[in-house]
Design a protein around this ligand. Structure first.
Ligand SMILES: [Zn+2]
Ligand SMILES: [Zn+2]
Length: 392
């Protein structure tokens, strides 16, 4: 047990956390272009005496805080990238880069991780083991985690536990979501190309119409979740793109559908993927068309270890009180944090950042997304307490 008052120690950093987050917010950098962000992180953590490695997974940074005694290795992950979104907020820390915006809160994640590093560095003398701070690029294109892992971030030493957080605008500020098992979904992209025979809109009998075929397929795909997935489990099949002819009097030669498949387990993902193939291919055949189905698997699900979440809940109860902890929060959004937790027990938790009274509750990736910055100090307190529960 440690005697650190995490809430008070993090509260003292509040102004610095806000200043750092706003600086990053003004200068957003998208996937694998996080050069300025990485340089700030490296400079801050070198200054604290951390062993810093840059260029890990292209633009990633790894910084190790070595404790005074031997012990376990805890990985703390923060993602750094912004999105190709034109910000519509009118704050004095609005993005200065056209068409780029921190619309997911990763600016806050970096600020929080730097705050945790600073807080824990002050207690280095009583720290047993080490913290591997991992600043990851390119989360939004699901490429950064795997790039860092390919560069050896999980080796020498291999972490005993992987931890991280996401600021979350579906939860009110002051609360934290810590849930067992799958909390974020496996995600796959889906393209179905239906080829028929095009022709004149007035002579459909001379065509094999891929548009009508696509309509049947879109409807039938809805039966995967309702008829093929166990009602006690869940999945999402969303068709989001439909590209055909661009004239009202032409039946096109082919139609392309795009969409997304989400599931909390790889079994359900793979079963749903098989059904997508079967449905698209057999309906196309029945309609005189052919279908080519391409599924590209992105993230695997984020699965929290029951043991780690139990430890975190107990720890967090001391920081925020048990009533602020939501133990049943999960989302169908996805995260490549899952790759750092694959084979390493861990927990990814959600720190509430919404405040509807202040209009700070736009969803992630929205052009008006913004957070209640009170969540920053809370994130530091919770993150430092979570790490501390393993190392003090
Ligand atoms: Zn995002
Ligand atoms: Zn995110």
């Amino acid at each position: 047990m440690s005697t650190i008052d995490y809430k008070a120690a993090a509260g003292a950093l509040h102004d610095d956390l806000v200043t750092m987050r706003r600086d990053l917010h003004r200068h957003p950098e998208i996937a694998f272009q996080e050069v300025r962000t990485a340089a700030i992180i490296a400079e801050k953590l070198s200054g604290l005496g951390f062993e810093v490695q840059t260029g890990v997974g292209k633009t990633g940074v790894v910084a190790v805080l070595e404790g005074a005694a031997d012990g376990r290795t805890v990985l703390w992950r923060a993602d750094m990238d912004a999105l190709p979104v034109q910000e519509e907020n009118q704050t004095d820390y609005v993005s200065t880069v056209s068409g780029r915006m921190h619309a997911c809160g990763h600016d806050g994640h970096v600020s929080i991780a730097l705050g945790i590093a600073r807080l824990l560095a002050e207690h280095r003398d009583s720290l047993k083991g080490r913290v591997k701070f991992v600043f990851q690029p390119a989360e939004e294109i699901v490429a950064g985690a795997q790039a860092m892992i390919a560069d050896g971030v999980l080796d020498a030493p291999r972490p005993d536990v992987s931890l991280g957080l996401h600021l979350w605008n579906e939860l009110p500020v002051g609360t934290v979501g810590v849930t067992d098992g799958a909390v974020m979904a496996a995600s796959s992209n889906l393209i179905i190309r239906i080829s028929g025979k095009g022709g004149h809109a007035a002579m459909p009998h001379r065509t094999a119409d891929p548009v009508v075929c696509a309509a049947q397929i879109i409807s039938a795909l809805q039966t995967i979740v309702s008829r093929n997935v166990d009602p006690a489990q869940t999945a999402v099949v969303s068709i989001t793109q439909l590209k055909g002819s661009n004239a009202d009097n032409i039946i096109p030669e082919c139609v392309e559908l795009g969409g997304s498949l989400r599931a909390y387990s790889l079994d359900i993902r793979d079963h749903s993927a098989r059904r997508i193939h079967e449905i698209a291919e057999s309906i196309s055949q029945a309609m005189g068309c052919t279908a080519e189905v391409k599924l590209r698997h992105g993230t695997i699900p984020v699965i929290n270890s029951a043991e780690v979440t139990a430890q975190l809940r107990e720890t967090f109860a001391e920081v925020v009180g048990a009533s602020a902890i939501n133990t049943d929060f999960r989302t169908m959004a996805s995260e490549d944090m899952s790759f750092f937790m694959d084979g390493i027990p861990g927990a990814y938790f959600f720190v509430g950042s919404a405040n509807s009274a202040k209009g700070l509750d736009y969803p992630h990736h929205h052009a008006r997304f913004d957070i209640d910055e009170e969540s920053l100090a809370l994130g530091v307190a919770l993150g430092a307490a979570a790490i501390g529960s393993y190392l003090f």
